[in-house]
Design a protein around this ligand. Structure first.
Ligand SMILES: [Zn+2]
Length: 291
């Protein structure tokens, strides 16, 4: 979730916290061979893992070594098979900081864009902080399917959204999708270099799929109805900002003029620039850039 510029402080704060193993979340079974791991730390992403006959595929690994170790512990409660694949939905550290802990020998998969930004991020970190990251071994541009017999995972780039290189992971046998930060349950999202307009279209495409469970990037496991509500939030906000921008409103007028009463239960995180006003400002800038 956090934009890059927050990384250093974020790592300093969260890296110092030792979390007792006994408080770790458990994996929740959500379909044949498939589990959701809902983090108990708002600053560390959720994960999803699929257990096949010979190995395991994990989507996102949490913020750091401790979070990755907790996730691996939850995986080991279910299966002793090797972690063969890790999919990182995007480059933010809270989604891939546990890569080394969860799968030191796994094949790491991401979009090419995510790999480029991960490498750039690593080059900006002190050498002592780089070890927990493992940039992708295998990258793709549009779509790749992993056959983890007897199941499969369809990994695809939905176009620019939360970042310019997100990946979504759809599990057709289990009618489940792992959304990365394209979806936070009952929360305003952080918006990196992406596209709110295409983000809404990407969510519309997801909502056409047969889906019973939705694993959000953060917060509680969701239903399709909750995903639809998040889509409606983004769309309402986009339409309001667009209408005001067409009338020549300034950024400040847009921030003051939005009406989000229908979404008062959405979490607001000013420290991650994840509030109604922050989202409105990002949308305003994107609309201006398109003109
Ligand atoms: Zn993110």
């Amino acid at each position: 979730m956090p934009p890059l510029r927050k990384l250093v402080l974020f790592t300093a704060v969260c890296g110092a916290l030792a979390i007792p193993a006994f408080s770790a979340p458990q994996a929740q079974p959500i379909g044949p061979g498939l589990y959701a791991y809902i983090s108990d730390n708002d600053s560390s992403a959720n994960s999803t893992f699929l257990v096949g006959e010979k190995g395991i595929l994990v989507v996102d690994t949490g913020l750091n070594q401790q979070e990755g170790a907790q996730l691996l512990h939850a995986i080991r409660e279910v299966s002793a098979l090797p972690v063969q694949y890790i999919v990182n939905t995007h480059y933010h550290p809270d989604h891939q900081g546990g890569n080394s802990a969860v799968g030191p020998n796994a094949t790491v998969i991401s979009t090419g864009w995510t790999r480029e930004h991960t490498v750039a991020m690593l080059n900006s970190l002190p050498a002592s902080e780089r070890g927990r990251f493992r940039p992708a071994d295998l990258t793709f541009q549009q779509r790749i399917t992993i056959h983890l017999e007897p199941y499969e995972a369809d990994i695809y780039f939905p176009g620019k959204a939360h970042t310019s290189g997100d990946a979504l992971v759809y599990f057709p046998h289990q009618k489940t999708i792992a959304m990365g930060d394209l979806f936070l349950n009952r929360s305003s999202p952080a918006m990196d270099q992406g596209s709110a307009k295409n983000w809404i279209e990407a969510l519309d495409d997801v909502l056409k799929l047969p889906i019973e469970h939705v694993v959000p990037g953060h917060f509680e496991l969701a239903t399709k109805a909750e995903l639809a509500r998040f889509r409606n939030y983004l769309n309402d906000l986009y339409q309001q900002v667009y209408a005001m921008t067409e009338k020549g409103a300034t950024l400040e007028q847009v921030k003051q003029g939005i009406h989000m009463q229908s979404y008062q239960d959405f979490r607001q995180y000013p420290k991650f620039e994840a509030t109604f006003a922050d989202n409105a400002a990002t949308i305003y800038r994107q609309i201006k850039e398109q003109k």
